[in-house]
Design a protein around this ligand. Structure first.
Ligand SMILES: [Zn+2]
Ligand SMILES: [Zn+2]
Length: 432
């Protein structure tokens, strides 16, 4: 059993946590304080597995993950985690509230039976949350973030919505009537982490396991925009729920990934709010208040006179010639974005790890520098006309924050930011 949330897991435990393979004995806790922050501890495993996938792609000669798409996905993941700094876990807070006030029983925290019931309950709750996230337009507005990549690789798993936790918590509440919160919070994390490794094209089939588990093949179908893939395979860890409730689909013809109408931008803010804006605009062009209510509650493909989930015939046909949105950049621009991303990731880690110890000014400076950086990288990758002056200004601001002692930059980082500021200033003036 792990000794507490601040103690790092062993590598063996860390690897097994990524595949939901921790035993009940080592992942059952009496108090919330003891529960490890598995998601935070998973970051090095995310990077290691992404590197392994890139190496395998290169070895097999298949399509390598694109820098622009990967940066966009990781940015969405960072934004969703940063938002949790403000509100903590909505799912956990609601669960504890109901458990404290309305529980009818509390199953023993150290029983493998409690662990097993919670595993099944969380996965069933996830199935229904996920299904409604595709079938209810306002929930889809949050969830579409995860589907907005036209690629399918491990980084796609990190592409998460900022507001989705506000729509998912209610599906787990029935369990709060009898499951101890520490066991729930273990499984909500392990269920999420399990879904990381299935975002890959490197694994074709897992044989008999395909009948029981959610696998890369099943989840590829879920991410497809081919008509046969729409509204299929909602399972988290197990695929049995889809088989039970009639939403299961085997992988057959080649899957084309992404939204039926792609958004063609890497801007992390647009990725998050674009469908909310679409709903808002549709509301005011739809006649009648009843129809307007249905715009929010029925499926994203619904329109007056159509079935609740819309018509498959309305979805753009797959021709086989679909090309992902991928503005061309010279190699040095891609290397620049990767290098600055790696440089800035320390600020993110510091913010996530040491929020309590840092001063308010330091937290604000770190948060601002991260948000500006993520925005600026997307301007570069989207080839916006203002990308060069925006990046020059960002680098200047970063140096100013260092001079004002709001953030700490090493000598090497100072040199990188100063030279980057010069390069992008010259580029704004079209000198280079
Ligand atoms: Zn989905
Ligand atoms: Zn997914």
């Amino acid at each position: 059993m792990s000794p507490g949330r601040d103690a790092p897991l062993s590598v063996g435990e860390g690897v097994r946590m990524m595949f939901y393979a921790l035993s009940p004995n080592e992942s059952s806790f009496e108090t919330l304080h003891e529960v490890p922050n598995y998601v935070a501890q998973a970051v090095p495993y995310f990077w290691a597995m992404i590197l392994l996938e890139v190496t395998l792609c290169w070895y097999k000669g298949t399509r390598l993950p694109r820098v622009n798409d990967t940066v966009s996905s990781v940015s969405a993941g960072m934004l969703s985690q940063l938002a949790k700094l403000l509100t903590r876990s909505v799912e956990l807070s609601a669960f504890i509230f109901v458990h404290d006030r309305y529980r009818v029983a509390s199953l023993p925290w150290d029983s493998p039976l409690t662990w097993g019931v919670t595993f099944l309950g969380v996965d069933l709750g996830y199935y229904w949350f996920h299904r409604l996230a595709h079938e209810v337009n306002v929930m889809w507005a949050a969830h579409q973030v995860h589907h907005s990549s036209e690629y399918y690789n491990l980084s796609t798993a990190l592409r998460q919505s900022v507001v989705q936790p506000y729509t998912s918590w209610v599906f787990y509440l029935p369990m709060a009537l009898f499951i101890p919160p520490p066991i729930f919070i273990v499984h909500i994390q392990l269920n999420l982490l399990y879904q990381f490794w299935i975002h890959t094209e490197m694994i074709s089939s897992l044989g008999p396991l395909e009948h029981v588990l959610n696998t890369p093949s099943h989840h590829r179908v879920h991410h497809g925009r081919n008509p046969y893939c729409i509204d299929k395979n909602y399972g988290g860890t197990l695929i049995i729920w889809d088989r039970l409730f009639g939403t299961f689909q085997w992988e057959s013809e080649k899957v084309v990934y992404g939204l039926t109408h792609n958004i063609n931008t890497f801007n992390p803010w647009v990725v998050q709010y674009v469908h909310f804006r679409h709903i808002w605009r549709t509301l005011w062009t739809t006649p009648g208040w009843c129809h307007r209510l249905w715009v929010v509650i029925k499926g994203p493909g619904w329109a007056p006179g159509k079935p609740r989930l819309g018509c498959l015939e309305d979805i753009p046909k797959i021709t086989g010639g679909e090309a992902p949105y991928d503005p061309a950049h010279p190699g040095w621009v891609q290397a620049y974005v990767v290098a600055h991303y790696a440089l800035g990731f320390g600020a993110y880690e510091k913010l996530m790890a040491g929020g309590e110890a840092a001063t308010q000014a330091e937290v604000l400076a770190l948060l601002t520098s991260i948000l500006l950086a993520l925005s600026s990288y997307s301007f570069i990758m989207d080839k916006r006309p203002y990308a060069a002056p925006a990046e020059a200004a960002r680098c200047a601001l970063q140096l100013a924050c260092h001079l004002l002692q709001l953030v700490e930059l090493g000598l090497a980082a100072q040199v990188v930011f100063a030279s980057s500021m010069v390069i992008w200033s010259l580029r704004s003036l079209r000198v280079i």
